[in-house]
Design a protein. Structure first.
Length: 375
């Protein structure tokens, strides 16, 4: 049975594991930012198409220990890499290394590239070119304490790049993180979601796509596994058709986004339109001071400014946090609010007691995802 690794952001591994199980694969292991699983190639295609929380799916081909570079080379050549592409296609190697005989990742990447290229020389008397943009064969090699894992990328551009983002300037949350925190909040696509500081709308667009059961991968269509010689076009088409068939058109729930910044609201509307969910989300320019329930019940999920990426000084932001908390306490009794807080200096300004807390990394920023039951 082929072995795969699904990568994600730190803090989202447990919800990714659940999602992979629901998508019908056998999970075999977990790391801080990855979940290993076994399944058919059809399952790999399904996960590329349907996962909301994974960022990349790697096909794992080699695991070995090597204490010097010759040992690495000899172990590496046990796998035939010429079976994945024609010599006229292109390749790329990405490496990461920690406590190994290779002193840095560039050296490991170079040795790996040489080992792949030698296989082509031996077979065809020619070699594939390296291509940093759109290589067909993307080999990932990770070395840790002389243990190496070699895998082949099946995804290409990261899965969070759904293709609906029009203006990335508003410090948006990556799409898979938005979906991941919704999963942590227990969202199943069946309740209205409200975001009082919605920025470019990522949380609400992901919630709406989920509610409509739109598989994110069906929106972008291009994956690097389609360029590999072992690509199974029939299995791929079947998975695409199954993913499209499960889409829901009529929905009883709506989604509501507010933001003080008019440009953010315009970007959110454009993104929702590009994602095909603009009829399900209402975006309105509004200060959080005036935040009142737009519907009888729902889930509040929001990602207030951090004071790191947006600029703005923290003193000013303390008032924003106080205003958010005041609106929640005054107007949302009986609701649950989840706040992705990227700045621990600011959360005390909320003066609310969290009943749940999760650590989630938004890129390099360590965030807390906090649950507040409003009484
Ligand atoms: C970190 S960004 C949200 C990013 C969003 N999750 C996305 O994916 O694009 C925080 C947002 O809070 C908004 N904001 C700041 N102060 C606000 C206030 N007083 N009322 C409403 N929104 C506010 C900012 O305009 C910004 O768009």
């Amino acid at each position: 049975m082929p072995k795969f690794v699904a990568t994600t952001s730190r803090g989202l591994v447990d919800v990714l594991e659940e999602e992979l199980k629901e998508l019908g694969v056998k999970v075999t292991d977990k790391g801080p930012s990855s979940v290993d699983f076994e399944g058919s190639w059809a399952a790999c295609y399904r996960i590329n198409l349907c996962s909301r929380i994974a960022s990349r799916i790697l096909y794992s081909v080699l695991d070995f220990t090597a204490y010097n570079q010759d040992e690495f080379y000899n172990n590496f050549k046990k796998h035939d890499f010429t079976k994945y592409i024609d010599v006229d296609q292109t390749m790329l190697v990405e490496a990461s290394v920690k406590n190994c005989c290779f002193k840095d990742q560039r050296l490991l990447a170079m040795k790996t590239k040489d080992a792949v290229v030698d296989q082509f020389w031996a077979k065809y008397d020619r070699r594939p070119d390296v291509d940093h943009e759109s290589a067909a064969l993307r080999v990932y090699v990770r070395g840790n304490k002389n243990n190496y894992n070699v895998s082949i990328d099946t995804t290409g551009e990261s899965l969070f790049k759904r293709g609906y983002r029009s203006d990335p300037r508003e410090a948006p949350l990556k799409e898979h993180i938005a979906a991941g925190i919704l999963a942590i909040a227990g969202y199943k696509g069946d309740i209205s979601v409200v975001d009082p500081m919605c920025g470019s709308g990522t949380i609400l667009i992901e919630a709406a796509l989920w509610a409509r059961q739109i598989a994110p991968g069906t929106m972008r269509k291009k994956f690097v596994c389609q360029k590999l010689k072992n690509f199974q076009a029939d299995a791929w088409d079947e998975e695409v058709n199954k993913a499209i068939e499960q889409e829901v058109t009529e929905l009883p729930v709506k989604f509501y986004g507010f933001d003080i910044n008019g440009r953010a609201v315009r970007a959110a509307k454009a993104n929702a339109k590009a994602a095909g969910v603009e009829d399900m989300i209402e975006f309105v320019r509004r200060d959080v001071v005036e935040f009142t329930p737009p519907c009888p019940r729902g889930l509040i999920v929001t990602n207030p400014p951090y004071g790191v990426r947006i600029g703005g000084d923290e003193y000013e932001l303390q008032d924003t946090y106080k205003n958010l908390a005041h609106s929640l306490k005054a107007n949302f009794k009986g609701w649950t609010a989840w706040i992705l807080a990227g700045n621990k200096e600011l959360t005390p300004a909320l003066r609310l007691k969290a009943s749940g807390r999760f650590q989630v990394f938004n890129g390099p920023i360590e965030c807390r995802f906090l649950k507040y039951e409003l009484k």
